[in-house]
Design a protein around this ligand. Structure first.
Ligand code: TRP
Length: 454
């Protein structure tokens, strides 16, 4: 079953940084602020924290278990955990979700490159808030430029994937992740010292409980899964490269805490700025792209700041697209016996096709909608709010109910050599709480309880 020649990460730090690299990305810095802004601020944040702790963290640990125990790509791993059953569909679904997420994520990642370019050429300077909004809309509704940047970004991801697990994924994460933290902390200090910053902080941290509706809860859950990279087996693939000595519970906790910290830092950077410059917090996907350049240009060294920020965003996005791309590439490579290079080419071409349609859905394809959502928004909604929580729920049920407790415990404690004090709490969350809670959130969104209440 285990293949001794399979790649592993070379060090403990490599394991943490690669996993944090996967988790920390546009989800934290682009998606988190605009979701928080659209869902009423602090109340959303509170529900989000609960979802991270009781749903996201247990699912992450379970994915680590599946990956390291099977040492296979996501689809192969579920086959190994539940041989001869239909549960392996969770793994295939994960591979599909990797494509769908990359299909819209790469577009936003491409936007970061355009902004790096603009900050270098000086074209971000001297604009008003409206001009920033207009400039952004003009750019992303175009045809050629946004698609070109999307392709460039997919190309960068492709290049790292082809370089392999150790020298590609691990080495790049080791350089990029620490840099990211440094830049974030610097920007945080700058933002909270803006005039009127306190309004933004109140929006982010003082909850108004009347704002919690079923769709706010669904959004928080979706954001928790999306931000932690869980629910589709992304971390199954990464954990299959973990060494025998990796402490799985500790790694899961570290990744969760760091991911949440980065989201909070991003909120602390963005909301004071939003309020200080009179921008609506509910602006949506363009929030980060119109708010921050606007802030930067009012500051000394503004051009440099925006350059640094968008480089940071691109780096964070890259360590995440790598992890998604690897899910699909490892699947094609191992299950269909392609070379790494060919597998990666196939995946990149598929993502380029989806990315093209997503990008065009801000312009010429704007009016092609399904359930009122453009192609871009549809991919985002279906993956983050539906497929990830659903995948997470099935993963919990599978491991909670079908896997022998002893096997689970042995893997999570490295065969009894490490303590895992919360094993029983974890097992309870896995078996009962997480599946029931996710199920109820879905039913609630479908209006079941409103219907029952008559
Ligand atoms: N978590 C990443 C972010 O916040 C995106 C991401 C990477 C992801 N891999 C994933 C999301 C797997 C869901 C599933 O930007």
């Amino acid at each position: 079953m285990t293949n001794p020649n399979r790649a592993t990460f070379g060090s403990k730090l490599g394991v943490i940084l690669a996993s944090v690299g996967s988790a920390v990305g546009l989800g934290n810095i682009w998606r988190f602020p605009y979701e928080t802004g659209q869902n009423g601020g602090a109340a959303f944040l509170l529900v989000y924290f609960i979802c991270v702790l009781v749903l996201g963290l247990p699912v992450m640990l379970t994915e680590f278990f599946i990956g390291r125990h099977s040492r296979k790509n996501t689809a192969g791993a579920f086959d190994t955990i539940a041989p001869g059953s239909k549960w392996n569909l969770i793994g295939y679904n994960g591979v599909l979700v990797a494509f769908l997420i990359l299909g819209f994520y790469s577009v936003v990642a491409g936007w970061t490159l355009e902004y790096i370019y603009q900050s270098v050429t000086g074209s971000l300077a001297g604009k008003t808030a409206e001009q920033f909004a207009e400039g952004f809309n003009l750019f992303n509704s175009g045809v050629f430029r946004p698609i070109l940047w999307t392709f460039v970004f997919i190309g960068l991801t492709h290049f790292i994937i082809v370089s392999g697990v150790k020298s590609g994924i691990e080495r790049s994460s080791k350089i990029m992740m620490p840099l990211l933290f440094l830049i974030l902390v610097g920007l945080c200090i700058r933002s909270v010292t803006l005039p009127g910053a306190s309004k933004g902080l109140l929006f982010l941290f003082r909850p108004d409980f009347s704002k919690i509706t079923s769709s706010v809860v669904l959004s928080s859950m979706g954001q928790a899964f999306f931000s932690l990279s869980v629910g589709m087996g992304c971390l199954v693939t990464y954990a299959s490269y973990f060494g025998k000595n990796t402490n799985l519970p500790k790694t899961a906790l570290t990744v969760t805490l760091l991911d949440t910290l980065v989201a909070i830092l991003a909120g602390v950077i963005i909301f004071p700025a939003v309020f200080s410059f009179g921008i609506r917090p509910s602006a949506g996907p363009e929030l980060v792209f119109i708010t921050l350049p606007n802030v930067f240009q009012h500051l000394p060294w503004g051009a440099l700041l925006s350059f640094v920020f968008f480089v940071l965003l691109a780096i964070a996005a890259l360590t995440s697209t790598i992890s998604l791309h690897e899910v699909a590439t490892a699947y094609v490579l191992e299950e269909h016996h392609f070379t790494r290079k060919r597998a990666a080419i196939l995946v990149s071409l598929g993502v380029m096709a989806l990315g093209t349609i997503s990008s065009l859905s801000f312009g010429v394809l704007k009016n092609f909608t399904l359930f009122g959502l453009t192609f871009f928004n549809l991919l985002d909604y279906v993956t983050a709010k539906l497929m990830l929580p659903f995948g997470g729920m099935l993963t919990c049920i599978l491991v909670g109910w079908r896997v022998d407790r002893k096997i689970l415990k042995a893997e999570l404690t490295n065969h009894g050599t490490l303590p895992f004090y919360f094993f029983n709490v974890y097992a309870f969350l896995l078996k009962y709480l997480a599946p029931v809670a996710i199920g109820l959130i879905f039913l609630n969104e479908l209006g079941l309880f409103r219907w029952l209440a008559g």
